[in-house]
Design a protein around this ligand. Structure first.
Ligand code: SF4
Length: 93
């Protein structure tokens, strides 16, 4: 009976090692793909209600999310410095 227990324990240990290894691999893959997922997670211009004209004194060139020369960290596609969307955030500094 003790022998059976030892055999079962070894089988459980092996299973635990395999499960932990697979979990570690999955975590590694997820971490490696995170930047790709982040880059692909930009919002569509339509959803952001983007327009290629300013709204009053608010425009992409004075928004903290604007990336020179024509991109945005939040909204997908080509962004005009004179554009605007509903997520405009005043650039500081
Ligand atoms: S207003 Fe700001 S958040 Fe909106 S598209 Fe222009 S830079 Fe991006």
């Amino acid at each position: 009976m003790a022998r059976t227990s030892r055999t079962q324990w070894r089988a459980l240990s092996r299973r635990a090692v395999v499960i932990r290894s697979l979990t570690a691999c999955a975590a590694g893959v997820a971490a490696a793909l995170a930047p790709v997922k982040e880059a692909a997670a930009k919002m569509a211009q339509k959803i952001a209600e983007y327009q290629d004209t300013p709204k009053g004194d608010q425009q992409c060139s004075n928004c903290s999310l604007f990336q020179e020369p024509n991109a945005c960290t939040l909204v997908d596609g080509e962004i005009s410095p004179a554009g605007w969307c509903k997520f405009w955030v005043k650039k500081t500094g």
